[in-house]
Design a protein around this ligand. Sequence first.
Ligand SMILES: C[S@@+](CC[C@H](N)C(=O)[O-])C[C@H]1O[C@@H](n2cnc3c(N)ncnc32)[C@H](O)[C@@H]1O
Ligand code: SF4
Length: 345
Amino acid sequence: MEENSIPRENLKDVLGRAVKDLRISVTDRCNFRCSYCMPLDKYEWINRREILTFEEITRLARLFVGMGVEEIRLTGGEPLLRHGLENLVIQLAGIKEVKDLSLTTNASLLREKAEALAKAGLKRINVSLDTVNPEKFQVMTRRNDLANVLEGLFAAKRLGLHPIKINSVIQRGVNEDDILDLVEFSRQNGFWLRFIEYMDVGNSNNWVSDKMVSKKEILDAINARHPLKEVGRHDASAPAVNYEFLDGIGNIGVIASVTEPFCIGCTRARLTADGKLVTCLFSDKGHDLKKLMRDGASDEDIGSFIRSVWGRRADRYSEERLEAMNSGEYQPNSRRKIEMISLGG
Ligand SMILES: C[S@@+](CC[C@H](N)C(=O)[O-])C[C@H]1O[C@@H](n2cnc3c(N)ncnc32)[C@H](O)[C@@H]1O
Ligand code: SF4
């Protein structure tokens, strides 16, 4: 159901960055325990009463769209664990100013849910997959689910949810020897592969820079087998730099937030499952929109609050991290950061 047009403004932060993308975490829970993201057995989960309802999420999404947001991505935790997610997709797909509505998932439940999501209006899917080796998969996620993930990927492909992007995080000593297998798998099946440099999100993954495999190392490994040419970013705010294979079969991208930070082009706002607005992946705090809503604030009041948070935004964490790493002063765990499962990647 399409709703009335939303009047639009062009909100900018202190560094002149607009708010164009909204990442919505629909749950902080996950059925995997990826070593780079959520390695611990137990977390302090958000109380279910504090999780935004689909109506609350849609209300906030419409306010963000009014401030310039054009792309919405659903994430988590594992978003497919959220019961009835397709009903949220229907509501968000009804906002006609949203040009792109997508989902990031570990795909373990995708086979069962892909059709309902596609019918609801989901446009694209990103699947996280760091190896196509079943034993390695078990070690990295602590779950024996590779077959389900692959079935989910192919179900989405059959439904025409194109392009399907695969996100792979590469860690030294863990899966750098899986880079070429991931490339072959993606080329053979028409998936768009995106490598993500291992980042120091949150504190529980105990990130150390030595474990991060750089964009240059990833490209060198691929180029030695399949020569590539750079085609650049899709647009100025896109995190990935894209490459095509010289033989014309497929493409890859690399998101190099550690070695080549792109803070200056960052137009992403994040909404946590309990309704906090977070302005950077490496933030230590969010700004509570749920409390405002549940205390009865009007759309105008919530809009003013969002405007004041974004208007004061000066985050450039990844650029600062690189400066500190270059001068040998970087201490990854020197301050608390919100965990990736709460933020939504
Ligand atoms: C937090 S997950 C949430 C969505 C879903 N559970 C999934 O795995 O796709 C979103 C993305 O963040 C990425 N991610 C998590 N921790 C990361 C880290 N330390 N460095 C780089 N990417 C990370 C994951 O690989 C995934 O692509
Ligand atoms: S990356 Fe996704 S699947 Fe893996 S633990 Fe984090 S939220 Fe779960």
